[in-house]
Design a protein around this ligand. Structure first.
Ligand SMILES: Nc1ncnc2c1ncn2[C@@H]1O[C@H](COP(=O)(O)OP(=O)(O)OP(=O)(O)O)[C@@H](O)[C@H]1O
Ligand SMILES: [Mg+2]
Length: 331
């Protein structure tokens, strides 16, 4: 995915490849500007691909949304960070949901009305709110409407782009619990983007780590959250509030370069706390596979990284469990 023209052309997503099996939650993490949203928007067909392919059950769906069949569109839905951006301020919740159900399904008349009410129940939205306008809803309620809309056509994949980061902390857990519950009940797949590694650890089955538009590590959550990990992943963990503070040296140096000037060799070499030298600057590092299914792209071999890296405790995991449980009880 590219934006703009040379010499200021931005390579927002490049050389990224992953598959999301049915019913899996695939987490996507990386600093601001690493290409996560661009990736999700490309999958949803909201941006046209400049190269590469997207397949759904083996079928090529690389075309943008205007050129996709309705049957494909309803299978891939998206939940955004700010529901405000997608909710029409001049329509009631009922009007919006009806419109979506009509666009994505054959339901009309009573079946349509029933489906709208069923969707409200699905996301625990009080039926009385169906006749409200978005301005009359809280942030959490608006996000429930956006989620109801995403589930209107019984999707197979829901792309969640920071779905709770604009919400009040007290509401975040209830929306996360709702998303987790819907995923289980409907056995859909999620591509779940979050800055919060605690949330990723709690929700995701596998995780991909992006840096400057490239995937630098991918694997099951349990593997990626323990050494050996990519030095970039290590710095992400180090930036988290942890019980066990990592040594100060395990920090990414400086700020992320512009996506218009991606460094040669390993894109992370300019900031890497484990920089080796010349080879990191001049040659693209190989993919390493500590175990089947877990891979990271670095010159340092797994046994060496495992020896020098310390386990990093993402503090929020257990607390988040407790928080989720209490949120569930309240809900
Ligand atoms: N419409 C656009 N026009 C030009 N550049 C863009 C556009 N959208 C994204 N970019 C650039 O592409 C790169 C990736 O941006 P993207 O929004 O995908 O990152 P992100 O990982 O989602 O970041 P964040 O965590 O802040 O949401 C950035 O360099 C960004 O400036
Ligand atoms: Mg984003």
């Amino acid at each position: 995915m590219r934006f703009g023209r040379a010499p200021r052309q931005v390579r927002a997503v490049n050389d990224v490849s992953f598959a999301v099996p049915r019913g899996e939650i695939f987490g996507l993490v990386g600093e601001s500007g690493s290409g996560k949203s661009t990736m999700a928007r490309a999958i949803a067909g909201l941006l046209a691909l400049d190269g590469g392919t997207l397949t759904l059950d083996g079928r090529d769906i690389s075309r943008p949304v205007e050129q996709r069949e309705r049957a494909v569109i309803k299978r891939i839905q998206m939940v955004f960070q700010s529901p405000e951006a997608t909710l029409n301020p001049r329509q009631t919740v009922r009007q919006m949901l009806s419109r979506t159900v009509k666009a994505l399904t054959q339901r009309r008349g009573a079946a349509l009305r029933d489906r709208v009410e069923e969707l409200a129940r699905l996301v625990h939205l009080d039926a009385a709110l169906l006749d409200s306008y978005p301005s009359g809803l809280s942030g959490g309620q608006r996000q429930r409407v956006a989620i109801a809309r995403a589930f209107a056509g019984d999707p197979d994949i829901v792309l969640c782009d920071e779905p709770v980061s604009n919400l009040d902390v007290s509401v975040q857990a209830t929306i996360l619990t709702l998303l987790a519950d819907l995923q289980q009940r409907k056995s859909v797949s999620y591509v779940f983007i979050s800055h919060d590694l605690g949330v990723i650890r709690y929700l995701a089955d596998r995780v991909g780590v992006m840096y400057l538009g490239a995937l630098v590590e991918v694997g099951p959550v349990d593997r990626v959250f323990a050494p050996p990990f990519h030095p970039y992943t290590e710095t992400l963990f180090a930036a988290m509030p942890t019980l066990d503070r990592p040594p100060a040296a395990i920090r990414a140096q400086g700020s992320m370069p512009s996506a218009a000037e991606i460094p040669s060799g390993c894109p992370f070499h300019t900031r890497c706390p484990r920089f080796l030298g010349e080879q990191c600057v001049t040659q693209e590092p190989p993919w390493r596979q500590p175990v089947a299914g877990h891979a990271y792209r670095c010159w340092i071999p797994p046994d060496e990284l495992a020896r020098i890296q310390r386990p990093i405790w993402v503090q929020s995991t257990r607390e988040k469990d407790a928080m989720m449980r209490s949120a569930e009880e309240t809900a």
